[in-house]
Design a protein around this ligand. Structure first.
Ligand SMILES: Cc1cc2nc3c(=O)[nH]c(=O)nc-3n(C[C@H](O)[C@H](O)[C@H](O)COP(=O)(O)OP(=O)(O)OC[C@H]3O[C@@H](n4cnc5c(N)ncnc54)[C@H](O)[C@@H]3O)c2cc1C
Length: 472
């Protein structure tokens, strides 16, 4: 038996689970899929994807088109460089990677900080990496093939994502504290009219702060922001507007197509001085003007950016382990938005029935930008077609009992699923496990080798992590 990119343990039902030897990180960029023709199962309507206020989607599209018509800089966002929103297919993801690779070396290192219309100097791969239509291992492997040397900057950025995931995974209390802080801030918004008005102005992009207002509207209209725009925006939100950072992180999580519990929460904390003790990120007018080619030159930005009050970091918990996968059991495969590559299950028969768990609406308690839900919807469709099961059923975290009943009725004894890092999907899996257990069904959460090998190094700062993972 082998296990290419998901770490799994195999073994007989009666015997002790046996840990399989670790295989290299990377899989081929266009490596062969292992899935074949799958049995058809009952289709659940996409209405199960969660509440979608009637007309919301249309209103959003109208707003987007109106904004495009008004704002020349947004019109150019749909130009030749980074067509937004990106098509949510693996074919588009690999094509985008291939198109970007020639620029991943010195060109990226020299100009990646520039926030220009069309984003010509960055990859735009984040929506694909976020949902693992492309895996980090694939991007790293392809980059190293194209640039055996000289792409360290780009590779380091890709590793930042893995670092944040590993760091949060080992400190789940940080995510819970963020959610509690967000609830408290949303309660304040209900009762403090001044705060509510400021928050609304920040989200609508009507503060009068040059650049900031553009980024708020660009984010809502496109589902994407350049990394530096995210840093400037978060810094102005926290230190100039003095709004609770959790409201800003939530605004990003609702609108970024790549919105990710780890990268987003921890980046906001990093800007506010909650990650590296004593260190904050201060947005300055000169830096903004220089890196936007003079498009923006805000005035009145906070001169002093003291760190937000910070309790000590919790001690890291033990590394999560991959569950055992018992090859002999009748098994279904469940994919979710954390990992839609659909590879890495060579121990499962080709006709393993497929299903999906959908948790995208749970990124926030407020409404999620339809650009985000549409991207995930399209990505699920693409994955279902790639795995030759276009009718694979979908369940939400509100339909976990029906999911468990469905598996039991079909006679499954095991549900295999990619390990979901901290966030709404992991929470749903945690609630699903006892429901399955009560029906005699095992849940096998399979951790990718990339994560299993890298996360143990996410103990301190990024630079120590980078030394460990990039040297190996
Ligand atoms: C306040 C704030 C919030 C953020 N929220 C998110 C988020 O929710 N989801 C998310 O994926 N990234 C987030 N980032 C990180 C970063 O801004 C985006 O990953 C990046 O802008 C995506 O654009 P790109 O694909 O063109 O990046 P590129 O520069 O081309 O980088 C390639 C890939 O490396 C990864 N990457 C690059 N920079 C970072 C970084 N600083 N941290 C983590 N991964 C990185 C991404 O997967 C990205 O696709 C946030 C940064 C800040 C400052």
């Amino acid at each position: 038996m082998s296990c290419q990119s998901l770490s799994c343990v195999g073994g007989g039902l009666q015997g002790q689970p046996r840990r399989l030897p670790a295989l290299p990180f990377a899989v081929g960029l266009l490596g062969g899929r292992r899935m074949g023709i799958f049995a058809k199962m009952k289709w659940q309507s996409s209405d199960d994807l969660g509440p979608h206020p009637a007309g919301h989607r249309d209103r959003h599209r109208d707003l987007f088109l109106a904004r495009l018509a008004r704002a020349p800089s947004l019109r150019s966002m749909t130009g030749p460089f980074l067509p937004l929103p990106l098509p949510a297919t693996r074919t588009a993801a690999t094509a985008r990677l291939a198109a970007f690779l020639p620029r991943a070396g010195l060109a990226y290192a020299a100009r990646r900080n520039e926030d220009l219309p069309g984003h010509p100097h960055v990859s735009g791969l984040s929506p694909y990496l976020r949902h693992r239509l492309l895996t980090e291992a694939e991007v790293i492997d392809a980059t190293l093939r194209a640039h055996p040397q000289g792409a360290e900057k780009f590779l380091a950025e890709v590793w930042w994502r893995t670092y944040w995931k590993g760091w949060l995974e080992r400190r789940p209390g940080i995510w819970s504290a963020y959610r509690l802080g967000l609830t408290a801030a949303l309660n304040r918004v209900q009762t403090e009219s001044g705060l509510r008005q400021q928050w609304q102005a920040a989200c609508e992009g009507t503060t009068g702060i040059d650049g900031f207002d553009h980024w708020a509207q660009e984010l809502v209209a496109t589902g994407y922001l350049h990394n530096h725009a995210r840093m400037w925006f978060a810094s102005i939100w926290i230190f100039t507007l003095r709004l609770p950072w959790e409201l800003g992180a939530d605004f990003f999580l609702r609108h970024l197509i790549d919105g990710d519990p780890a990268s987003n929460t921890l980046s906001w904390r990093w800007v506010g001085g909650l990650h590296t003790p004593g260190k904050t990120y201060a947005a300055t007018a000169d830096n903004i003007a220089r890196n936007t080619n003079g498009r923006f030159h805000p005035t009145g930005l906070a001169r002093s950016c003291p760190p937000l009050p910070m309790p000590p970091h919790p001690a890291p918990r033990a590394m999560p382990q991959s569950d055992a996968l018992y090859p002999g059991l009748p098994t279904a495969l469940m994919l979710h938005e954390e990992d839609l590559a659909g590879d890495g299950f060579p121990d499962l028969p080709k006709d393993t029935p497929l299903m999906f768990l959908v948790t995208t609406p749970r990124r926030s308690t407020l409404a999620i930008n339809p650009l985000v839900t549409d991207f995930v919807e399209q990505a699920l469709n693409d994955t279902a077609h790639r795995l030759a099961q276009p009718d694979a059923p979908r369940f939400t975290d509100a339909s976990l009992e029906p999911l468990a009943d469905h598996l039991a009725a079909q006679g499954f004894a095991q549900l295999a699923t990619p390990y979901a890092p901290i966030g709404p999907t992991a929470a749903a899996l945690q609630r699903l496990a006892p429901l399955l257990d009560a029906r005699g069904i095992r849940l096998a959460r399979l951790l990718r080798m990339h994560d299993a090998e890298a996360w143990p190094h996410a103990t301190h700062g990024f630079f120590r992590f980078r030394e460990a993972v990039m040297a190996s």
